[in-house]
Design a protein around this ligand. Structure first.
Ligand code: GAR
Length: 210
């Protein structure tokens, strides 16, 4: 990378943090080389993702909507934390809180999200976590997968960056399908997309400097 400064990444989490782990591992194995995770933000004080961050030596902060009382106060705090840390790329990795247009419009093409289906199937408000896989099984789809997309004001509506498909076998449960989608799709495409967008950020920085 020479003297080029890596894009500063914040990962926003709410739960187990297996996608955060995939990002940390990808950083170690140089799949992510244009960016560096400098901060983990959790809206849930009990998220195991926080432990994963500390085991990797990455600072974390808790920004709780419950404690702050409103969406406005929550987002204001979030923006403050991101600015203090000079964050250039925000990765939503199992972050279970919808961000308003006033937040997303501040960071065009600088927020990405991983969603556990092939968008535009099984996405939008109310489709998160296990529920996505329950609905996919109810519908009887034979193929599902994961999507990484830019985040805009429409839940799961921003431009698609990467997708990977996963086949649905007979006798699949929501839990088995969730594991399969994570293992075969999410943990692969999220680090790849993080590298792609970090690289874009570095390139755009060079252009503005000239
Ligand atoms: C992942 O499957 C992620 O795609 C999903 O929640 C899980 C979080 O797991 N996100 C959404 O449903 C967002 N709409 P993790 O905390 O182990 O990464």
């Amino acid at each position: 990378m020479g003297s080029v400064q890596k894009a500063k990444i914040a990962v926003l989490v709410s739960g187990g943090g297996t996608n955060l782990q995939a990002l940390i591992d990808a950083q170690k194995s140089n799949i992510i080389k244009s960016g560096e995770i400098v901060l983990v933000v959790s809206n849930n004080p009990n998220a195991y993702a926080i432990t994963r961050a500390s085991l990797a030596g990455i600072p974390s902060v808790i920004v709780s909507k419950k404690e702050l009382g409103s969406q406005e106060a929550f987002e204001e705090k979030l923006i403050g934390v991101l600015e203090e840390n000079g964050i250039e790329l925000i990765i939503l990795a199992g972050f279970m809180s919808i961000l308003s247009e006033s937040f997303t419009s501040r960071y065009p093409k600088r927020i990405i999200n991983v969603h556990p289906s092939l968008i535009p199937s099984f996405c939008g408000k109310g489709f998160y976590g296990l529920r996505v896989h329950e609905e996919a099984l109810k519908k009887g789809v034979k193929v599902t997968g994961a999507t990484v997309h830019y985040v805009n004001e429409i839940p799961d509506g921003g431009e698609i960056i990467l997708q990977r498909s996963v086949s649905v076998k007979r006798n699949e449960t929501p839990e088995s399908l969730q594991q399969k989608v994570m293992r075969q799709a999410e943990w692969k495409i999220l680090p790849k997309a993080a590298e792609l967008v970090s690289n874009e950020i570095i390139k755009s920085r060079k252009v503005t400097k000239k």
